[in-house]
Design a protein around this ligand. Structure first.
Ligand SMILES: NC(=O)c1ccc[n+]([C@@H]2O[C@H](COP(=O)([O-])OP(=O)(O)OC[C@H]3O[C@@H](n4cnc5c(N)ncnc54)[C@H](O)[C@@H]3O)[C@@H](O)[C@H]2O)c1
Length: 327
C-alpha cells in the first residue's frame, strides 16, 4: 500500500478568504500548515476552526519584510502564495501600497522559496491579466494590456515566476483565479467582492447596486474548484504541467443580472420576502472588463482538473453558509 507522506505547506494570506479555505482543506488531509499573514484584509475569525490544530501554526508577519518570508518558509515543502491586496478599485486609489505588497512582497516570497529550496511555489494569479483582450473564452497564451494597477501587479508576478523557474530552477505554477466566491469571503468594507456584498444586502432586504446595466458577465468560480486546482498544481508529476499558468475557473459565464436572480431565488428559500427585492443600477466602474470567460482546457489536459461545482451549485452552498453564519 502506498503511504501518503505528510507535507508541510506554507499558505501566505492564510487568514483571508481563499487562504483560510486552503488551510482548512490541507489540515483535513493530514498535512502540516503554516500560515503567514499580517491581517491587512484577513481575519482571525477565519482561523477559529483550526487555530488550535496541532498541525497548524500561525506566523504574524508581512510579505514586504524579507525576514518574515525567510522565517515562514523554513522547513516547508510547498508554498501556496495567496497574500496580496486584491481589488481593482483599491489599486486605483492606492497603487503604491498595492505594488509594495503584490510585487515586492511576491518577489520576497520567491527569493525565500528559492533559498529554502522548496519543492514548488504555487501562486494566486488573476484573470485581470487578460486586460483589454476581447477574445472569449480566455486562453492562457493570449492576453491584452492591463486595465488597472492591480492587473499590472498580477502580470508582473507571472513574469517573475517564469524567470525564477528559468534561471534558478524553482518550480512554479500560477493559477489565474476568475471571480472566486464561497464561504468566508468578506462581505464588508469598501472593496468587498460582489457576491458576498449582494448576499448580505439581500439578507437585510436592501437593494443590491449593480455597476452598469448588469449585462457584464463573469466566470464565477466556487472555492472548492479553486482548492482542487491548488492541490493538483501541488501534486502534479507531469513535467509539462509545471512552470506555467492556468485559468482557474468553472468555464461558464453569467451576467450580473443572472447572478442576482439566482441569489434571490436561493435566499428566498430562507426568507420569501427576498424574492421581492429589486436591483439598483449605477455607472460602470473604471478598470472593469466587460466580459470574462475562461477556457479550462489547459487545466483539464495537463492537470486533470475536473471542477465539481457550477456557479449555481456553488451559490447554493455559499448562500446557506452566509445565512447560517453571518445573518
Ligand atoms: N477572490 C478572487 O476572486 C480572486 C481573483 C483573482 C485573484 N485573487 C487572488 O487570490 C489571492 C487571495 O485572495 P482573497 O480573495 O482570498 O483575498 P483576501 O483579502 O481575503 O486574502 C488576502 C490575504 O492576504 C493577507 N495579506 C495582505 N497583505 C499582506 C502582507 N503584506 N503580508 C502578509 N499577508 C498579507 C491579508 O491579510 C489576507 O488574509 C490574492 O492574491 C488575490 O489577488 C483572488
Amino acid at each position: 500500500m502506498k503511504v501518503e507522506m505528510q507535507k508541510v505547506i506554507l499558505i501566505t494570506g492564510g487568514a483571508g478568504f481563499i487562504g483560510s479555505n486552503l488551510c482548512d482543506y490541507f489540515l483535513s488531509k493530514g498535512d502540516k500548515v503554516v500560515c503567514l499573514d499580517n491581517f491587512a484584509t484577513g481575519h482571525r475569525h477565519n482561523l477559529k476552526d483550526f487555530i488550535n490544530h496541532p498541525n497548524f501554526s500561525l506566523i504574524e508577519g508581512d510579505i514586504r519584510n524579507a525576514t518574515d518570508c525567510a522565517t515562514a518558509v523554513k522547513g516547508v515543502d510547498y508554498v501556496l502564495h495567496q497574500a496580496a491586496l486584491g481589488s481593482v478599485p483599491r489599486s486605483l486609489k492606492d497603487p503604491v501600497t498595492t505594488n509594495d505588497v503584490n510585487v515586492t512582497g511576491f518577489l520576497n516570497m520567491l527569493v525565500a522559496a528559492r533559498d529554502e529550496k522548496v519543492k514548488r511555489f504555487i501562486y494566486a494569479a488573476s484573470s485581470s491579466t487578460y486586460g483589454d483582450s476581447e477574445s472569449l473564452p480566455k486562453v492562457e497564451e493570449v492576453i491584452g494590456k492591463p486595465l488597472s494597477p492591480y492587473a499590472i501587479t498580477k502580470y508582473i508576478n507571472e513574469l517573475y515566476a517564469e524567470i525564477f523557474s528559468k534561471t534558478y530552477g524553482l518550480e512554479t505554477i500560477g493559477l489565474r483565479y476568475f471571480n472566486v466566491f464561497g464561504r468566508k469571503q468578506d462581505p464588508n468594507g469598501a472593496y468587498a467582492a460582489v457576491i458576498p456584498k449582494f448576499v448580505m444586502q439581500l439578507m437585510h432586504l436592501e437593494r443590491p447596486k449593480i455597476n452598469g446595466d448588469g449585462n457584464y458577465s463573469r466566470d464565477f468560480t466556487y472555492i472548492d474548484n479553486v482548492i482542487q486546482m491548488n492541490e493538483l498544481a501541488m501534486l502534479t508529476q507531469n513535467p509539462e504541467a509545471i512552470n506555467t499558468v492556468y485559468n482557474t475557473a468553472y468555464g461558464d459565464r453569467n451576467t450580473l443580472n443572472n447572478l442576482v436572480g439566482y441569489l434571490k431565488e436561493y435566499l428566498s428559500e430562507y426568507d420569501p420576502r427576498i424574492a421581492t427585492v429589486s436591483v439598483e443600477y449605477g455607472s460602470n466602474r473604471a478598470g472593469d472588463i466587460p466580459h470574462s470567460l475562461a477556457s479550462i482546457d489547459k487545466a483539464k489536459n495537463l492537470l486533470g482538473y475536473n471542477p465539481k461545482y457550477s456557479m449555481q451549485e456553488g451559490l447554493k452552498e455559499a448562500v446557506g453558509w452566509y445565512w447560517h453564519n453571518l445573518r
